[in-house]
Ligand binder design. Structure first.
Ligand code: URA
Length: 209
């Protein structure tokens, strides 16, 4: 997988535009996020290993493709990651789930850890870390650092919007972690928000502002 994949599917782009609009309600924002997360999950799992199984259709026997059954872990980077998590879980219901709690110190923009709980056997799992906003990249890099410390080696990062600064920071720190995003925006604001962006993803999905 390449380091940065832009999911430019028309449905994704259309839904994302609706999410960006400031007049979009919390309920609609949440619903669109769920729908987009299905489409992003489709892309993030594109290279999962496959095998075949013998089945019988009403017509004849066949060797049919199935997933090889690699264990998976979905990791939500709190709190906004939870908005993407639900949709991905609908597509991969057997995945184990973990949480990384990081908040951003608004002065230094550096991540501060307050929670970390991941499934056992991270070294054997395909790990999908989800966070809608790849902004400075500081939290994402810190989250991936923690996942690697827990043993994970096959990690993918799924987001909705990425800033060029965040993509560069991730590429420098974790060149082995592919990023799958619905958009690559122009830049960061001076307080670390993505421009044009969609505002604070957590506030928009949980209605906290
Ligand atoms: N986090 C957000 O929620 N929005 C941004 O624009 C940047 C980080």
């Amino acid at each position: 997988m390449q380091h940065f994949t832009l999911v430019d599917h028309p449905l994704v782009q259309h839904k994302l535009t609706k999410m960006r609009e400031k007049t979009t309600s919390t309920a609609v924002f949440r619903q669109l996020l769920r729908e987009i997360s299905h489409l992003l999950a489709y892309e993030v799992t594109r290279d999962l290993p496959m095998t075949t199984t013998s089945i019988e259709t009403p017509m004849e026997k066949m060797e049919a493709p199935v997933l090889k059954g690699k264990k998976m872990a979905l990791i939500s980077i709190l709190r906004a990651g939870n908005g993407l998590l639900d949709g991905v879980l609908e597509l991969i219901p057997s995945a184990r789930v973990g949480f990384v709690g990081l908040y951003r110190d608004e002065e230094t923009l550096q991540p501060v850890q307050y929670y970390f709980k991941v499934p056992k056997g991270m070294d054997e799992r395909v790990v999908i870390a989800v966070d809608p906003m790849l902004a400075t990249g500081n939290s994402s890099v810190a989250a991936i650092d923690l996942l690697k410390e827990s043993g994970a080696t096959d990690i993918r990062f799924m987001c909705l919007l990425a800033a060029p600064e965040g993509v560069a920071r991730m590429k420098e720190a974790h060149p082995d972690v592919p990023i799958i995003s619905a958009a690559l925006d122009r830049q960061l604001s001076d307080i670390g928000y993505i421009l044009p962006g969609l505002g604070d993803a957590g506030d928009r999905m949980f209605g906290t502002k």
